[in-house]
Design a protein around this ligand. Structure first.
Ligand code: 5RP
Length: 218
């Protein structure tokens, strides 16, 4: 089974957490794209979605799913999103698709975070995948110097501007043993919009696509 087929297993399995009449929080990425395809089969049964990116919004709307402004929705029952890495505590690195800030906002208003991944995303220690940090453009060099002081090796993601008009620094060479502490430290730097560590608000449910089907951990 290919990696994409495992992503599809996970994406479609998440549909069981969507109830009729719901507004669903929808993340971003290739695994989520499979979930959106699945959600399309329920487009007449749900009220709509709150989306974490322009790309997901476009895909949702093409399938006839109404996308609500996050400001008009006080809370969501479920948020479905992928991850770049996830550990046994259900803490994640996200932002490979540069949508980390909006993802964190939608996750924050959601009661349940359903993380959909293929088996390659599970790690013992977070940090092999470079940690994305969204930064206001004028703070790029300052924040990079501070990230070096925190033990990282930041690399400017050339040619990428986020949906919010900012840049991404990908921080290499980290071994993240205290994800909550690092999340706080990076978020406290002036000019940082969001770090792609989802530790304070980790996942509640992990659905892993495997050659034997989807494995669900609650
Ligand atoms: C986007 C994300 C994605 O969830 C993450 O990059 C995983 O992507 P994929 O499902 O394509 O492997 O955080 O910002």
């Amino acid at each position: 089974m290919t990696q994409d087929e495992m992503k599809k297993e996970a994406g479609w399995a998440a549909l069981k957490y969507v109830e009729a009449g719901a507004i669903v929080g929808v993340g971003t990425g290739s695994t989520v794209n499979h979930f959106i395809d699945a959600l399309g089969t329920m487009s007449d049964k749900i009220k709509g979605a709150v989306s974490s990116s322009i790309a997901s919004t476009e895909k949702l709307e093409k399938l006839g799913i109404k996308v609500f402004d996050c400001n008009d929705v006080a809370s969501l029952d479920v948020y479905v999103d992928g991850a770049d890495e996830i550990n046994a505590n259900k803490e994640m690195i996200k932002g490979g698709g540069a949508a980390l800030t909006r993802e964190k906002i939608v996750a924050a208003i959601s009661d349940k975070f359903i993380c959909i991944v293929d088996g390659t995303k599970a790690v013992e220690v977070l940090g092999e995948f470079p940690l994305p940090v969204e930064v206001i453009p004028m703070a790029r060099s300052y924040v990079a110097r501070e990230l070096v002081k925190l033990g990282g090796d930041p690399v400017y993601r050339e040619g990428v501007i986020t949906d919010n008009g900012n840049i991404i620094l990908d921080v290499h060479s980290l071994k993240i043993n205290n994800a909550k502490q690092l999340e706080d430290q990076v978020n406290a730097l002036p000019g940082v919009v969001t770090v792609g560590l989802f530790a304070h608000r980790g996942a509640d449910v992990v659905i892993t696509g495997t050659p034997d089907g989807a494995k669900i951990e609650e």
